[in-house]
Ligand binder design. Structure first.
Ligand code: SAH
Ligand code: F3S
Length: 452
């Protein structure tokens, strides 16, 4: 019998946790079809760049990278170069025209058919004529969004032995006026709770002890009468699972019931990401966030009352169209009042096709002004974060060791409150829980000492 060499794939992922998880899904789908996963593009027959469309900057980086990867084809014209994910969905066939060396563009709902589409490209089995007689086959665009594709029944190839991302929901039913996600990932689609729970049982049996449930508005999850806090409680009780996290919740669906489940279940970490976006009601209204500063503050208060020691993180956008200097100052003030442990900070980035692009021209904040606001915001956030973290030095925390650190002999891990800690420990500590004394902080992360 002739032994055919195995086909191999390299997936390079940009963007959010959902996208990282999608990268693992694509690898899993292809491994099931007999592919090997390569750790570098030079060794792979199929190279997929799994992209993000959330901000312009993210897209520019990817376009540059795809251009670089084109070089692989000079020596090996048979390499298939694909662009997947949100930017592929957004630019679609425009991307194939702009980068004629790209063989495949595939949006986030197309991955189930990945092996089949790659075969089509390989064999040229498509009625569209090839763009060049020297090339194998035609370029392919797989861009249909689906109201039901939730990738049930497919295996994700998990790259970490310690923790696992588990998408429970895809797409989003909101229409925040700045956001491209609903247009590139379609409407909200939830998986059946039964399937989610059995997947997490398998994750636990594989020895992984931490799971992070993923969704664009993860806490609006509902399937066959099971709502998010029910699912969360069941996940937290699966034997072998010691830490449960979820991201990203929408503030409006942070209910007292959810906070009570978080407070009652010892395996759910004292950590909540609560995207604020702006500290001014007018801006929030223009963003169509559907909450006010007051209702947001009520949620924060309730969460902190019910869950002692809760660590809070957020997302903030500055220079949204129409944001005045004083409205921006409101955001700074609110940051000082709430004191988030962590904040992801962004300048507004215009995304074609989103409602915010239609604001009058004079609403748009200049680049320089946007940059100034971002710099101020980061400064305020960093000083708050440093104060919070300095006050935590001297505590002993349970750390789940995730990977080796940059310095030799060092490992990196996280506390239950999702704070990163670097400390000296043998590499075989990876995957274990350790008591670690926090001995210092850089402001954002901690240095620690392993206790016996
Ligand atoms: N609910 C989703 C939001 C995805 S986008 C989730 O967190 O899973 C993540 C963050 O990117 C948003 O919360 C927002 O702060 C930021 N963002 C989204 N669109 C943006 C844009 N056009 N410009 C700048 N920041 C944006
Ligand atoms: Fe985007 Fe708002 Fe949904 S930020 S992902 S439209 S909740």
């Amino acid at each position: 019998m002739t032994e055919f060499p195995k086909k191999s794939v390299y997936v390079e992922t940009y963007g959010c946790q959902m996208n990282i998880s999608d990268g693992e899904l694509m690898e899993g789908i292809l491994v099931d079809e007999g592919y090997e996963v390569s750790s570098s593009p030079e060794q792979a027959d199929v190279v997929l760049v799994n992209t993000c469309a959330i901000r312009e900057h993210a897209e520019e980086r990817v376009l540059g990278r795809v251009g670089q990867l084109y070089a692989l084809k000079k020596n090996r014209p048979e390499v298939i170069l694909g662009v997947t994910g949100c930017m592929a969905q957004r630019l679609g066939e425009v991307l194939l025209k702009r980068a004629p060396y790209v063989d495949l563009v595939m949006g986030p709902d197309g991955y189930r058919s990945l092996p089949e589409q790659l075969n089509k490209i390989r064999t040229g089995a498509n009625s569209v004529p090839s763009r060049s007689p020297k090339k194998r086959g035609p370029q392919l665009a797989v861009l249909d969004l689906s109201i039901e594709e939730n990738y049930e029944g497919l295996t994700q190839r998990r790259s970490s032995q310690v923790g696992a991302w588990v998408p429970i929901q895809r797409g989003c039913n909101h229409r925040c006026t700045f956001c491209i996600v609903p247009y590139v990932r379609g409407p909200e689609k939830n998986r059946k709770s039964r399937e989610v729970l059995s997947e997490i049982q398998e994750i636990a049996e594989s020895g992984r002890t931490e799971v992070t449930l993923l969704g664009q508005t993860v806490n609006s999850y509902e399937s066959e009468g099971v709502v998010f806090h029910d699912l969360l409680r069941s996940v937290a009780r699966i034997p072998g699972i010691r830490r449960v996290r979820f991201t990203s919740p929408h503030p409006n669906d942070v209910t007292p019931e959810l906070l009570e489940v978080m407070a009652e279940e010892p395996n759910i970490c004292e950590q909540l990401h609560l995207p604020l976006q702006s500290g001014n009601d007018m801006v929030l209204r223009r963003m169509l966030r559907r909450y006010t500063v007051e209702t947001f503050l009520e949620k924060v208060q309730l969460a902190r009352n019910l869950i002692p020691g809760l660590s809070l993180s957020t997302d903030i956008i500055v220079a949204f169209p129409g944001e005045t200097e004083s409205q921006f100052e409101d955001t700074l003030r609110l940051l000082r009042e709430i004191r988030f442990d962590d904040a992801y900070t962004y300048k507004y980035s215009l995304r074609d096709g989103t409602p915010a692009t239609r604001f009058p021209q004079e609403y748009f904040v200049s680049k320089d002004e946007a940059q100034n606001r971002l710099a101020k915001l980061i400064e305020v956030h960093r000083s708050i974060q440093a104060e919070i973290n300095e006050a935590e030095v001297g505590r002993t925390e349970e750390v789940l060791v995730e990977k080796e650190g940059r310095k030799s002999g060092q490992v990196l891990g996280r506390t239950r409150r999702n704070k990163a800690v670097a400390f000296i420990a043998p590499a075989d500590a990876i995957g274990t829980y350790q008591q670690v004394l926090l001995t210092g902080t850089t402001g954002a992360t901690f240095m620690g000492e392993l206790l016996d």
